[in-house]
Design a protein around this ligand. Structure first.
Ligand code: NAD
Length: 300
């Protein structure tokens, strides 16, 4: 199948590589020339706009940073809905506001274009291995049609419900992961203050009730977990700014639903502050670096 791929950044590139490996053709587009060059280097052909990528392909995938980028890529001038013929299936794999997914799906439907949301979990290593977890929102027929293509990029593909539901599952998951990242960093700073060895504490927690995926895979203390971003000066991985965005999506959904939330806004603000101090494009486990003890000196 010839697949249009719009948004060939950190995640998009390894994902489209897996489509190519499984024998699909990919026609790629990105607004940043260097990112598009990266996709072409991996074997994709080059489109001049999102509309062109949609016109030249049989199915469209988008992997973009946030809601506004997705709305621009679909609804804007030179966007996907300009190029996609009636009946075309589009799969948005970005993490965005479920409301934005529904708005784009609605606009697509008016043109006879089908839309499913299919955000992913697992980060760059699992994007490279083709073992992402993919949570899908859309009509059953569209999801069934999307599944063989999604299976080239992911190992666990779960149909959550109607359009937007994949995004709901994703922001709920990242709420937990984002809060856990801050909690793990706080815990290891306290242990450090008492002189407790981080390796021994990791062993204890991994066998206790505080164990969490974030500690197992993205341990914030360098040198303790094989592929953790901390071992590479916190090169992402998953950027602090993207995690702050995802916690923001959870917080704003909670506000709309009038659900009280306390720990997710706190974790979001810690990540935002880390970003204000220049750590926004580092992996979110860098929050450990940011949470250093304050000075012991008395105020003067
Ligand atoms: P990224 O910023 O590296 O890549 C996004 C790409 O989209 C960029 O190359 C950008 O130039 C391009 N883009 C922006 N607007 C565009 C437009 N209108 N038309 C065409 N291209 C456009 O981001 P990423 O890390 O690849 O993440 C993409 C999405 O996946 C985000 O929603 C993120 O939250 C989610 N996600 C990321 C990870 C991760 O580990 N990086 C994991 C799970 C989910």
């Amino acid at each position: 199948m010839k697949i249009g791929f719009v948004g060939t950044g950190t995640m998009g590139q390894p994902m489209l590589s897996n489509l190519l490996k499984k024998g699909h053709g990919v026609v790629a587009y990105d607004v940043v020339a260097a990112m598009l060059d990266g996709a072409v280097g991996r074997g994709a052909s080059r489109a001049g706009s999102a509309a062109e990528a949609a016109k030249q392909s049989e199915l469209v995938i988008t992997m973009l940073p946030s809601s506004s980028h997705v709305e621009t890529a679909y609804l804007g001038g030179g966007g996907i809905l300009e190029g996609a013929p009636s009946g075309r299936l589009c799969i948005d794999m970005s993490t965005i506001d479920p409301g934005a997914s529904r708005r784009v799906a609605e606009a697509a439907k008016k043109r006879g274009v089908r839309f499913v949301d299919a955000p992913v979990s697992g980060g760059v290593p699992r994007a490279e291995d083709g073992t992402l977890a993919i949570m899908v929102g859309g009509e059953a027929r569209d999801v069934e049609e999307a599944k063989p293509v999604l299976a080239c990029m992911g190992a666990n593909i779960i149909h959550v419900g109607p359009v937007g539901s994949g995004e709901v599952a994703k922001i709920c998951n990242n709420l937990i992961a984002g809060v856990a990242a801050v909690a793990v960093s706080e815990a290891f700073r306290i242990a450090e203050g008492f002189g407790v060895d981080a390796k021994v504490l990791t062993e204890v927690i991994s066998k206790s009730s505080g164990n969490t995926w974030v500690m197992e895979h993205m341990h914030p203390v360098p040198g303790l977990v094989g592929k953790a971003p901390a071992n590479r000066d916190y090169a992402p991985g998953f950027m602090t700014d993207l995690m702050a965005k995802d916690l923001g999506l959870a917080v704003s959904a909670a506000r709309d639903l009038r659900v009280p939330v306390f720990v997710s806004p706190a974790a979001q603000q810690v990540l935002r502050l880390a970003s204000s101090h220049g750590l926004g494009r580092k992996d979110f486990s860098v929050v450990y670096e940011f949470l250093r003890p304050s000075s012991r000196q008395a105020p003067v």
